[in-house]
Design a protein around this ligand. Structure first.
Ligand code: F6P
Length: 361
């Protein structure tokens, strides 16, 4: 009987449980294989006392649940793990132990569900002999080698609902309402929600903005009788000649993005006649029940990853191109990351054509 390990790394995203469920169902039904869950990302590989046998019982009812039943961890990189050595915090390479534990646990394969950080670590472990198969996840949709990652659709849905709600209060008070959205250095969530939520300005990291252009756009709207404005803003957006804004230096280097929304709102309040407020949607974008699309994608990713694992296609990641589930080597996927919005692409052109400003002209 083949033994498949599975772990979820990095930040959570709606749809993780749907992947886990699909792996367990496919492994048990189609291959008569067993599945072992490792808790808290790569920590579970370094401290394997936190194992959980996954059968139909453990995954019953989790398809529609956000989060991950396995837990996730951002600090568990086996190549540079923070350990207390002689009372001092020290960075230690524990990749040997991770590889040994895969053998000790008699895992024929290890399915790793993660974003760019987790899958980069996975590629490095694979290069050292680990039988890893990847599954791409992130609400940011910035993972290369696949058209879409699960979690993105749910995040876009939550962001669009927020924009819809901001519309009514913006209109009542004749204000510019700014919604600051996640996405790291990619503007996919802000762009997607901005289109779906009828934003007047979409500010993303791929297109640096000049606030004067945004003000000009709002003044034109006022002349046409629209005295309110909606801005869909990516947390990584920045002005021409500027740099992204960080709320703290903690977390993955160079830190946690955030705060640009309030900076813009203050600028508008002080330097223009436009009354503005900022809402930061934050981790609401990572929570809640996955949309049907994300459940669909996550389930197919789980089934696809199990097929790769059983075929011995280690060093590969399941992906989607158009509507087709396939695979790509982790090396190629990681080298195509981050996948950013093409500032000169058809999508951006179409948005400009609808009269939405990116703040650059
Ligand atoms: O990568 C997913 C993401 O939610 C980003 O959009 C955001 O910048 C970051 O993670 C937040 O990370 P944390 O969970 O450490 O606050």
């Amino acid at each position: 009987m083949k033994r498949i390990g599975i772990l979820t790394g990095g930040g959570d995203a709606p749809g993780l449980n749907a992947v886990i469920r699909a792996v367990v169902h496919t492994a048990m039904n189609e291959f008569d294989a067993e599945v072992i869950g490792l808790r808290n990302g790569f920590d579970g590989l370094l401290e394997p006392e936190h194992l959980i046998n996954l059968s139909h019982t453990e995954v019953r009812g989790i398809l529609s649940h956000g989060g991950t039943i396995l837990g996730a961890a951002n600090r568990g990189n086996p190549f540079s793990r923070k350990e207390i050595v002689n009372g001092k915090e020290t960075i230690v390479d524990m990749s040997d132990k991770a590889l040994q534990n895969i053998e000790k646990l008699k895992l024929d394969s290890l399915i790793v569900i993660g974003g760019d950080g987790t899958l980069t670590i996975s590629k490095a472990l694979y290069d050292r002999g680990a039988p890893i198969v990847g599954v791409p996840k992130t609400i940011d949709n910035d993972m290369g080698g696949t058209d879409i990652t699960f979690g993105f659709d749910t995040a876009m849905h939550t962001a669009t609902e927020a924009l819809d709600k901001l519309h009514t209060t913006a209109e009542s008070h004749s204000r510019a309402m700014i919604l600051e959205l996640m996405g790291r250095n990619a503007g996919w969530i802000a762009l997607g929600a901005g289109i779906a939520g009828g934003a007047d300005a979409i500010l993303i990291p791929e297109i640096a903005y000049d606030l004067d252009h945004v003000i000009q756009k709002f003044e034109e709207r006022a002349l046409n009788g629209s005295h309110f404005n909606i801005v869909s803003l990516a947390e990584g957006a920045y002005p021409i000649g500027g740099t992204p804004q960080y709320q703290s230096k903690e977390g993955t280097y160079p830190g946690r993005l955030g705060g640009i929304g309030n900076t813009i709102a203050n600028d508008l309040n002080v330097n223009s006649n436009i009354n503005s407020r900022c809402t930061i949607l934050g981790h609401l974008q990572r929570g809640g029940t996955p949309t049907p699309y994300d459940r669909w994608l996550a389930s197919l990713y789980g089934a696809g990853a199990t097929h790769l694992a059983m075929a011995g296609a280690y060093g590969y990641m399941v992906n989607i191109t158009g509507r087709d589930i396939g695979s790509i080597s982790l090396a190629d996927a990681v080298s195509q990351t981050p996948k950013l919005v093409n500032p000169n692409g058809d999508l951006v052109k179409a948005v400009r054509g609808m009269g939405i400003t990116f703040g650059d002209e």
